[in-house]
Design a protein around this ligand. Structure first.
Ligand code: FNR
Length: 197
């Protein structure tokens, strides 16, 4: 857990960093992340951070100095109050670009940017399961990194292709569910931050 004095002062509105777990321009999950910016409640400001500049983890590279893309990612996460991950499911699990980013974020010095950080999960898939298997694996990975992952609500956006129009989430019910997730993340963040020892 990040000790309270290593956390940035909690801001108003809360700074929520959103990591899209897909790199492609027409990504459903990137579009879901963009929708999070739009539907964020008044007390939360969502900004996106692409993982496109994060190279594959390599201990030799790490030992010779962090790549700029990794430093930028670590700084962005460290400077946020909470995280929202919008990621697809690949082969019933976490996409490699996201797992790779988490691996970089989990590295010393400690506390890492993930220690004690409130996190909410969301994911979109053209299929019927809406990334449930990917998110289940992600929860397990995040547990090891010390994040405080929000339990409920869960947001699995299934049959997603029909919910977006020209890259914008137009399905009102899904927009409402996304807003509810962000509201719960904001409440969760303020709860855990004020109950720290
Ligand atoms: C997929 N896809 C997929 N979908 C799913 O619901 N469960 C799965 O296990 C998989 N597996 C999978 C593996 C690989 C390698 C690819 C490329 C794709 C389909 C996937 O959900 C679909 O391509 C999404 O559109 C990817 O997310 P973005 O890029 O649209 O955000």
């Amino acid at each position: 857990m990040r000790p309270p004095d290593s956390l940035p002062p909690m801001s108003t509105p809360l700074r929520v960093l959103c990591l899209p777990g897909s790199l492609r321009a027409a990504s459903l999950n990137l579009a879901l992340a963009r929708a999070a910016v739009e539907v964020a409640p008044e007390d939360a400001e969502v900004t996106l951070h692409t993982l496109a500049d994060v190279p594959l983890y390599d201990g030799d590279v790490e030992a010779s100095g962090l790549p700029a893309g990794v430093t930028a990612l670590r700084d962005a996460v460290a400077g946020s109050d909470a995280l929202l991950i919008c990621a697809p499911e690949y082969n019933s699990s976490i996409p490699g670009v996201l797992k790779n980013a988490i691996d970089w974020l989990s590295r010393p010095p400690r506390p890492t940017p993930l220690d004690g950080l409130p996190v909410a999960l969301a994911g979109a898939s053209p299929g019927g399961f809406g990334t449930i298997r990917s998110q289940t694996h992600l929860r397990q990975v995040l547990q090891f990194t010390g994040t405080l992952t929000l339990a409920k609500p869960e947001l699995y956006v299934s049959r997603a292709s029909g919910l977006f129009t020209h890259g914008r989430l137009t399905d009102e019910a899904t927009r409402d569910r996304l807003r509810e997730l962000l509201e719960a993340l904001a409440r969760w963040t303020r709860t855990v931050r004020t109950t720290e020892p």
